[in-house]
Ligand binder design. Structure first.
Ligand SMILES: O=C(O)CCC(=O)C(=O)O
Ligand SMILES: [Fe+2]
Length: 314
């Protein structure tokens, strides 16, 4: 759903976004844990997004990967053009937004079950591998908390979505500062495939999420991680949790680099509304298909970031 007047109004509101204290979720104290699960339940049900604080991804690891990404985007264009492919099955893909409307450069890499990364700049691959391992651990814990928030056992989503062989990919996005861009759009409004999207960035600002028909600015403290519910959690829960509609505005004083991890089911998992979320009054509201089919059906949107969710609603 792209708003027709989207190009004309980019302002967002500064409302409070739900905040999850990760140290409570993984605490040995059952009371703190259940508080965090309640917070997750509220955030997923009423918002579809939240920020995470007190997580276990070290600042040095975050800084390392962000620094290497700046170096990647600063490489000569010839080096990046190697990954300029139209085939969505390619596991490393680079591209630039339509310069008439959108200011964005990106690279997409599949990191699981097999790890892919450009060899240049030196150190990118090591940083990304370390970062993805840490972020994935956190994502699996969050999905455990979300399983519990749904009244199910901790490993429900992990087992059902076969996450031991889950297909995860990163997109790194590079947006110019506002004064270096004629365009105001980094990405049009969209939702994304996968279960959860976990985003780090060098600087806050630019990302907006829709809530109750309003665009909210995602204002984060420097070491917070932002999380969106994505399409496959909406499908699995038969629409109880909604995939968060979000967009990116180019309004920062400085150049902004972001790194979302799309934590997904295994490619062969058929994702359909689970029986726990369907009954006579709530028949399955989405067409089931494998994650691989969805990514392909998504018209190569593994790369474009758009989603085909609207087309599979029954
Ligand atoms: O760059 C951002 O803030 C969000 C990125 C995003 O939505 C995407 O890559 O799908
Ligand atoms: Fe997105």
């Amino acid at each position: 759903m792209v708003e027709t007047n989207e190009k004309d109004s980019f302002s967002g509101e500064d409302e409070t976004i739900p905040l999850i204290d990760y140290s409570m979720l993984v605490s040995a104290d059952p009371f703190l844990q259940s508080q965090a699960v309640e917070d997750l339940a509220r955030a997923c049900l009423h918002f579809g997004f939240f920020s995470v604080t007190n997580h276990t991804v070290p600042d040095t690891v975050i800084k390392g990967v962000i620094d290497r990404l700046f170096e990647f985007f600063d490489l000569p264009e010839d080096e990046k053009l190697k990954y300029d492919t139209k085939d969505p099955r390619d596991l490393i893909r680079w591209g630039k937004g339509n310069l008439n409307q959108v200011s964005r450069e990106f690279i997409k890499v599949a990191v699981r079950p097999t790890f892919h990364c450009p060899p240049n700049p030196p150190g990118l691959s090591e940083s990304l591998r370390e970062y993805s391992t840490k972020v994935r651990e956190m994502g699996i814990e969050l999905l455990g908390g979300i399983s519990r928030a749904l009244g199910l056992e901790q490993h429900y989503i992990e087992r059902k979505m076969k996450l031991e062989s889950g297909y995860d990919f990163f997109t790194a996005n590079d947006y110019p500062s506002r004064k270096n861009s004629e365009n105001r759009i980094g990405q049009f409004a969209h939702t994304d495939p996968s279960l959860l999207i976990l985003i780090i960035q060098n600087v806050s600002g630019g990302l907006q999420v829709q809530h109750n028909g309003k665009w909210l600015n995602v204002n984060l403290k420097p070491n917070w991680i932002f999380v969106n519910v994505a399409d496959h959690l909406e499908i699995l829960t038969n629409g109880k949790y909604k995939s968060a509609l979000h967009r990116v505005v180019v309004n920062n004083e400085v150049r902004r680099v972001t790194l979302p991890l799309f934590l997904g089911p295994s490619l062969d998992t058929v994702v359909t509304p689970a029986p726990e979320f369907t009954d006579d009054g709530h028949p399955p509201a989405y067409l089931g298909m494998t994650y691989k089919q969805y990514l392909e059906y998504n018209q190569f949107h593994v790369i474009n970031g758009k989603s085909c969710l609207n087309q599979i609603r029954l």
